[in-house]
Write a protein that binds this ligand. Structure first.
Ligand code: VG1
Ligand code: CO
Length: 553
């Protein structure tokens, strides 16, 4: 269907911004603030103006636009369409009802050779009027904007005083259509189809389908966020999982009050189903915008760092990766479980700072095929974002190929490669000043730790992680405090770049046990000496007043 608006009706407007718009530096993954802040003082418009003034190729270019359906999604789409028209974008591709997961957006950017995309999401942060909103900017490779583009956007926001837009009536984006506004075409596409087709190119759907239909019951929790419609199509309609497999499958503006973060704390209902009952053999959940995944088996939680290692070790089970992998990469705080597998496979393993944008150059230059982060993110060169449902299908494909359970696969993996006991302790909503002091105090003490004992073992490295991109040689520093011990165990401490209330302090703990050691310990017990040592050294309990973390993964 095609609708046309009379272009003579268009008034181009230059709106003055009254209030200074400063300090809007996007964090690890775009700009995230409270929904209320985004609604105030042309806040969204100011940031979008900075994007359109900075992103290369805006005049005459193609832009992908959509979001995770949270409160403000549709309104923001209208605001951005009006501004995109005023800035001379030739084609805006958005989706029915504006529903578009982050990996699906990445795919559309690549498929349509767009100049980039704007994804409206605060990812795993809660939504609704009292929750958070966010704007992620992706570049032409489909991945999160590079450090340099992010810095340029930030610089522009510092002196912005007006934005350009047009008067635009409410648009109907509830069905696929083409709408002409002046010289700009707004194309509304089904956001699900292209993504599903991509998954069908990568995996053997028939094999997965036979496997799950043969007494392998699965449960998927979309947490009332963006993956519901994708998961229903893939798991229930195409793979034949029983109706009701997808829980909380309709995207809601406030995610039904859920915190759409797939971990043991915020996806507890699903975790209980898998860990406390024998009803299901496999369970998975994704986050608000569909790029994260949590994998569970019956009585078995898969640590995300282990997940990356298992995918790497078994990539030959998946048609798209059967010919081998270029290499792999993990973010620095992610455990070294994948390093051991890469070594065995004879491929390179890269260590990058936290955030998917650091994988972009490695993927583009075919240095790596798979990559992942400890924060429930795994992905491959099929797009330039982490991809939750892709990881779910990858796991199901491996299990179908090997005809085994999740816990059997984990046991087999550890008995071959050894086990990297791993945990992340998050302290949320810490007073900003307290958190900053704790961090700088620890950083100042790092040099004196070298060759000293920490948890009874000698410290080899104690520093703040720096990274030089192997492709463009750009330098990124201050990416997290590391204490690495002689036996390879380590503690990492970072301050989050995605929280919106106070500071979030993340403590990452890792300890390796070789195949002949005790592989069946409780991770918190296996890591207890490191937990105590870092608490004493960094004075976490004393300074924050919190006697335990908010979230333990
Ligand atoms: C967190 C994770 C990081 C991830 C980022 C974006 O960042 O730790 O690994 O890349 O979120 O994920 P931070 O700075 O809060 O630790 V998503 O799903 O929010 O796009
Ligand atoms: Co996300």
């Amino acid at each position: 269907m095609s609708f046309s608006l009379n272009s003579s009706k268009i008034d181009f407007l230059k709106i003055k911004i009254d209030e200074a718009f400063q300090d809007q530096k996007p964090g690890t993954s775009g700009l995230r603030k409270s929904t209320k802040q985004f609604l105030s003082n042309n806040y969204l418009q100011s940031f979008v103006e900075a994007i359109f003034k900075t992103l290369p190729g805006v005049n005459g270019g193609i832009l992908i636009l959509g979001g995770d359906g949270r409160f403000g999604n549709k309104k923001a789409i209208e605001v951005i369409i009006a501004m995109a028209v005023a800035h001379g974008i030739s084609r805006i591709i958005t989706t029915v009802d504006g529903i578009l997961s982050t990996p699906a957006a990445s795919n559309l950017i690549r498929k349509h050779k767009a100049i980039g995309g704007i994804i409206l999401s605060a990812s795993h942060n809660p939504g609704g009027q009292d929750g958070d909103f966010g704007v992620k900017v992706n570049g032409p490779n489909g991945g999160p904007a590079s450090e340099s583009l992010t810095n340029e956007i930030y610089s522009y926001t510092k002196h912005i005083d007006s934005y350009q837009t047009i008067n635009l009536d409410a648009l109907d984006i509830s069905i696929p259509s083409e709408i002409l506004i002046g010289k700009t075409v707004v194309e509304v596409v089904d956001g699900i189809e292209d993504y599903v087709a991509l998954m069908q190119e990568i995996f053997d759907f028939e094999k997965i389908s036979c496997f799950i239909k043969n007494n392998f019951p699965i449960a998927f929790d979309a947490l009332n966020a963006v993956t519901g419609p994708y998961a229903k199509k893939i798991l229930e309609d195409l793979l034949g999982a029983s109706a009701g497999t997808v829980r909380n499958g309709i995207p809601l503006e406030d995610f039904g009050g859920c915190h759409p973060d797939p971990n043991l704390t915020y996806a507890k209902d699903l975790a209980d189903l898998l860990l406390k009952s024998d009803k299901y053999s496999f369970g998975a959940a994704c986050d608000g915008d569909g790029d994260r995944n949590m994998i569970l088996g019956n009585q078995c939680f898969v640590n995300p760092s282990d997940s990356l290692a298992v995918l790497t070790a078994n990539a030959n089970c998946v048609p798209a990766y059967a010919k081998g992998l270029f290499g792999v990469a993990r973010s620095m705080p992610t455990s070294s479980a994948v390093d051991v597998v890469a070594k065995e496979l004879g491929i390179n393993c890269y260590e990058t700072p936290t955030g998917w944008k650091f994988f972009g150059n490695l993927l583009d230059s075919e240095k790596i095929t798979l990559c992942g982060e400890e924060s429930f993110g795994t992905g491959s060169n099929h797009v330039r974002e982490k991809d939750g449902l892709w990881a779910v299908l990858f796991w199901l494909q491996i299990l179908a190929e090997k005809q085994c359970s999740v816990s059997d696969l984990m046991k087999e993996h550890w008995s071959k490669y050894g086990r990297h006991y791993y945990s992340r302790h998050d302290y949320e909503e810490v007073d900003l000043e307290i958190a900053n002091n704790l961090y700088t105090n620890l950083e100042a003490r790092l040099p004196s730790l070298i060759n000293q004992n920490f948890a009874g073992i000698k410290v080899c490295i104690a520093d703040n992680f720096k990274y030089q991109d192997p492709i463009d040689h750009s330098l990124t520093d201050a990416q997290g405090l590391r204490i690495i011990l002689e036996d390879g165990s380590r503690v990492v401490l970072r301050l989050s770049g995605t929280g919106t209330k106070g500071a979030t302090l993340r403590v990452y703990l890792e300890n390796y046990v070789s195949p002949d050691g005790d592989l069946a310990q409780d991770p918190q017990r296996a890591l207890s000496a490191l937990i105590t040592a870092i608490d004493q050294l960094a004075e976490i309990t004393k300074r924050t007043g919190m006697d335990k973390p908010t979230v333990i993964t």
